[in-house]
Design a protein around this ligand. Structure first.
Ligand SMILES: Cc1ncc(COP(=O)(O)O)c(C=O)c1O
Length: 375
């Protein structure tokens, strides 16, 4: 038995749609993609939903739309120091520079109090990431963006169905980007979605994700920077099933999250756990913990959990100072103390819908055992 971070079970709804696509010999962007977009938009009340081939591509397409609003190559986008690498890589791939900001220990999200000092005359956008499904402090971020005339692109890749003050995340800013990678709350295998309530932005993103052609055209008229970021109909079939099952998946994961939070109360002297505020709905993406003292040795805990067949992941590490890929930006260790601490002392593991209460008890018992024996 292994407790995976996430699992994908492909059921009848997806299989039926895949078969129909195969019978028509149509596996590129088609009817399934169109329906996936419509269903996703309707489910969460977004005006537009534009499917892409991955969450990374959703971020790149949303970012590349900023050229239409005066952005120039080399301009800067504010991102948190702690996030999955795709957020920062998308900024680079779109032709901009990521400007990193430290995070808060309590939320693992960008610290809004540190954003303004990173804004320069090259800043064009803020890209908050609702990490681990927990919404960022959007009131404060919107206030800063309005004051400095910046666009907001929400990285919602880990936050399907999360709400901030009664609103689904994704259109509190100008655009939101989702991923349907395996282990997320809605899975398509691979895949992404850009959402927006703005008609103009929707048109531009639709064009960017198909080589910068005018929307609806397949001919050689290239009006802007663009790539092939289209989703295919087989992937969309699996995504549609994910939406059909969304409510039960979300409920089961949320139950698992609360069960494990309840069980781990006796571990609060060792680690920080996530906390849901009254004004928010956390999307149950995964279960993060950050050790309260590095003497509890995160590496050892990681290896211990893996030896118990519990798949876990670190909490990313500070991208600018703990990953070689960003060395060329010349940040130095110590610039992002919270992200660095979380990088060295944080883990997360799955709470997905296929885990039983026994699995959660096993995770808790394994953790207890570790902390009892740690010197
Ligand atoms: C915060 C964040 N942004 C972007 C992505 C990229 O999504 P994808 O893997 O679908 O390209 C992910 C992936 O999980 C993510 O967690």
């Amino acid at each position: 038995m292994r407790i995976n971070f996430g699992d994908l079970v492909i059921g009848d709804i997806a299989r039926d749609r895949i078969k129909k696509a195969l019978d028509k010999n149509w596996v590129t962007e088609g009817k399934n993609v169109e329906e996936f977009e419509k269903k996703f938009a309707k489910k969460f009340g977004y005006k537009h939903a534009i499917a892409t081939s991955s969450g990374t591509d959703a971020c790149i397409a949303a970012l590349a739309s900023l050229y239409e609003f005066g952005a120039k190559r080399g301009d800067e986008v504010i991102v948190p120091a702690t996030t999955f690498v795709a957020t920062a890589n998308a900024v680079l791939a779109a032709g901009f520079i990521p400007k990193f900001v430290d995070i808060e220990l309590e939320t693992l999200n960008i610290n809004p109090r540190l954003i303004e000092e990173k804004i320069t005359d090259k800043t064009i956008a803020i890209m908050p990431v609702h990490l681990m499904g927990k919404p960022c402090d959007m009131d404060r971020i919107v206030e800063i963006a309005e004051k400095h005339d910046l666009k907001i692109i929400e990285d919602c890749c880990e936050a399907h169905g999360a709400k901030y003050k009664g609103k689904y995340i994704g259109t509190i800013g100008d655009m939101g980007c989702f991923s349907f990678y395996v282990a997320h709350v809605i899975v398509a295998g691979e895949g992404g979605m850009v959402v927006t309530d703005n008609d103009e932005l929707a048109n531009i993103v639709r064009s960017v994700k198909t080589h910068g052609r005018p929307t609806g055209s397949i001919y050689f008229d290239f009006q802007r920077f663009g790539l092939n970021q289209r989703m295919n109909d087989l992937t969309a079939a699996i995504g549609i099933e994910g939406i059909e099952h969304f409510d039960e998946t979300f409920k089961k994961r949320k139950e698992n999250m609360y069960k494990l939070l309840e069980m781990t109360k006796d571990l609060e002297k060792y680690a920080y756990f996530s906390h849901e505020e009254k004004y928010e709905t956390i999307s149950p993406h995964a279960f993060p913990l950050v050790l309260k003292d590095s003497k509890y040795n995160c590496n050892k805990l990681y290896k211990y959990l893996e030896s118990k067949s519990i798949q876990c992941k670190t909490l990313f590490g500070s991208l600018p100072t703990q990953h070689k890929a960003f060395e060329f930006l010349h940040y130095k260790y110590g610039d992002f103390p919270v992200a660095e601490y979380v990088g060295e002392n944080g883990l997360h593991f799955g709470i997905h819908q296929y885990l039983s209460t026994d699995d959660l008890v096993y995770i808790h018992d394994s953790l207890i055992q570790y902390f009892k024996n740690v010197k």
